[in-house]
Design a protein around this ligand. Sequence first.
Ligand code: ATP
Length: 357
Amino acid sequence: MNKYEIAVVPGDGIGNEVIPASIKVLDVLAVTFGFQLAYKHYDYSCKNFAKVGKMMPDDGLEKLRDCDSIFLGAVGYPGVPDHISLWGLLIPIRRAFDQYINLRPVRLLKGVDSPLKNIGNVDYMIVRENSEGEYSNIGGRFNEGTENEMVKQESIFTKKGVDRVMKYAFELAQKRNNKITSATKSNGIIHTMTYWDERFKEIGTAYPNVEKNQFHIDILCAHFVQHPEWFDVVVASNLFGDILSDLGPAVVGGIGIAAGGNINPEKIFPSMFEPVHGSAPDIAGKNIANPIACFWTGAMMLAHLGELEAAKLLMDAIETLTFSRKVLTRDLGGTATTTEVTNELINIIKNNSFIKI
Ligand code: ATP
């Protein structure tokens, strides 16, 4: 029997509701498919920062190093600035474990309303570079407090860093529909983005069957809204990928169902799976958070661990749930609680009551 060790970091706010809900679902799948999930819980969070001044203990990363995957809820707490949670927890994990791919699926599930009229079939993956690019800590302030005050923030694009994200995206395109789009802005950002385009072209020569196109980020944002059905795999730098991966899910049902993974493709280090949403302090503790984003994130984790059948079944169960529209949370137009949605999903799996869609 395959056994996986999962480091669980519920974090803050609704992370403490959607992660336990997802664990219940994962446990049902483990029994159904005959694998074992062993969880170790860690209380790394902004709440912890507010108490002891640290997001995680000094050996926090070491504790995670040997697990098979990290399952993270959300971090964020009123009064703790976002850059503390980002640079005190998420970025250290992503960088220490070389999770250089941020993968975000964008799919319009049956039964989910889009804010767009006449939307077609939307199903694409955003592959965001997750380790360098615009999110570097190189820079600083100079002549602070004087009339010559200046700030500088460097973007870093390495050949290794760009090529590996391109390769991952092309490989993914080959496994899907042989179509890839690159997000660029080489008309305005003339050094890093022209390099990005060059590497896209060069790496692309090894994938002759993949249809390639590229758009400047501004018009690409417009296409994401006006023609979301055009896309299959979209590869983007850290900043552009960050923006696109909130915009993409927004047109297919919003943040309550948006899943994400920070992937170390070589599996040398653990990958980290986290829903796109934050800690949602406005609804935390009310048992009304939509757990679907976290369920879908759990499905991505199972797929990464190699439990492909379980991952597929979980996605089918999620789509049965949304298609029937009987038990949904408020953000999807329903009235159900987090617990009710979780129980309904488990019933679908246990009773094998999938709807053929
Ligand atoms: P943080 O500071 O942790 O990023 P935030 O409130 O700025 O928190 P999100 O947590 O992403 O950002 O929430 C944005 C909005 O979306 C909030 O109104 C929140 O209630 C809503 N929201 C986020 N996640 C969910 C969810 N799973 N179910 C329902 N609503 C959600």
